[in-house]
Design a binder for this molecule. Sequence first.
Ligand code: NAI
Length: 329
Amino acid sequence: MHNITLIKGDGIGPEISDAVLKIIDAAGVNINWDIQTAGADVIEIEGVPLPQRVIDSVKKNKVALKSPVTTPIGKGFRSVNVQLRKELDLYSNLRPCYNLPNVKTRYDGVDIVVVRENTEDLYAGIERQVDDDTAESIKRITRFASERIAKFAFDYAVNNGRKFVTVVTKANICKLSDGLFLDSARKVAQNYDIPLKEILVDNCCMQLVQNPNQFDVLLLPNLYGDIVSDLCAGLIGGLGVAQGANIGKDYAVFEPVHGSAPDIAGQNKANPTAMLMSAIEMLNYIEEKDAGYRIKSALFKTLENDIKTADIGGTTSCTDFTDSIISRL
Ligand code: NAI
């Protein structure tokens, strides 16, 4: 029996969480889910969007599965997701990105792994209103955080048979901050046989759109990592299929790349694939590899049979898609 925290989130969060739990249960994995809530609804009752009980639960269980939590735009509370990653020091955001069967995309053979630094950069939340018409955000980059994420990217490359790592910055403009990130990657690279390539983020976006197959592992600071992850999701069929994981020294939180998708929430239209793929990685992480393999095969067979949600060109509802996967387990 595994004890795992489940953060159900909001928007489409509850729908895709229910789908994924049903599939994992059907695969016969024994998990005692510690269900936790966070976000706007929680503020009204507990006064804060991310109560200490959520952090304590992940600390106790060491592993969590999380669906998205809405962050108010341009006002209101700070992102629960960013706070959680900082509180638990989940310094690496790992987002493998590859084509799924029968999901129509512009390119075949995409196989990119995005490694995003998860704790600093503009996400450190150091902002101030200088006067009514001026605001500032501090982009904070440290050698410590840059070297450990570079080390994570290279270790991942070594352990997963990847050929090279490309560090993505804007070090021609942000000479000090991105310059430090780049310098740290260069230093770390000296300890590995795998080559380090370098590219500026604007050119990287253009190259990804024109020829994604030239890339292998991408190493990025927080903000570029966030943006480029969504670009990469677009290469493989959209956010509905893009998986992710936040990994630190002591804890791991598995969650899809996408947000709470308020435009389709409560309509039984959400694609649970991104959350399911994240959960499969979680199963591998807790050494339930056989169940992970069986679920992935059932998902792929479902897609091959043209059973797909609307975001990837189908007409199947979230619940019917879920049941189709379960019937193929
Ligand atoms: P979003 O990722 O929620 O949605 C972007 C578009 O992709 C929408 O058209 C949506 O319908 C579609 N989409 C996303 N996931 C889908 C799925 N599973 N199935 C089918 N279609 C899907 O991004 P948006 O609208 O910018 O953000 C909404 C909220 O989510 C914001 O409050 C944002 O801060 C939050 N957010 C939370 C994240 C997290 O909890 N880790 C990550 C990203 C955003």
